[in-house]
Design a binder for this molecule. Sequence first.
Ligand code: FES
Length: 194
Amino acid sequence: MATASVSQRRVTSNVEITEVAISPPNRREFLYYIWSASMFMLLWEFVGIGLWFAYPRFRVGEFGGTFSFDPAEIPSAGAAPFSVPTGRFHVSHLADDSLVVLYQVCTHLGCIPKWVPSNQRFECPCHGSKYELNGKWIEGPAPRSLDRFFTTLVFTDRTTLSSNEAGDPIPLEGREVSEVQIDTSKRILRNGRI
Ligand code: FES
């Protein structure tokens, strides 16, 4: 540590004046300061990294997190999908009374296909890929069908059904849905144009 030493002491009339000389740190002290500062910064980096991993990256209702919505929004079977741009998904209620949630992004080069009511299919404006209501590839350069999101349906009798590994449509079988949960952190890639 820097040292302070009493170098001079003077007495003038009734007042005693003490002059203090501060000497600069020597090499050993200087290295000690540098080492302490480095350890302090390293410790804060560890604390920061720990907090970064401790808190969830995504919040509910943001893309990358879980979405939950009113089942009244579910379209009738075979009708146009219900789209949620902030979640980047479409909810498709298929003619066989099953539900599937599709990732909106085209599997070719990432454009956003739109649902075209007159043709009853998704059509990509970039290179013309087309997909059925269930996301299945119809034509165009897209290498696979639209990807899907892991979904859980909660029914009014409190039973639940979730997506399987392949992301197959979940059968409703006439049961009344009380909640739809879509986990946009779990994208299920389609295996080819099936
Ligand atoms: S990005 Fe959709 S067809 Fe190319």
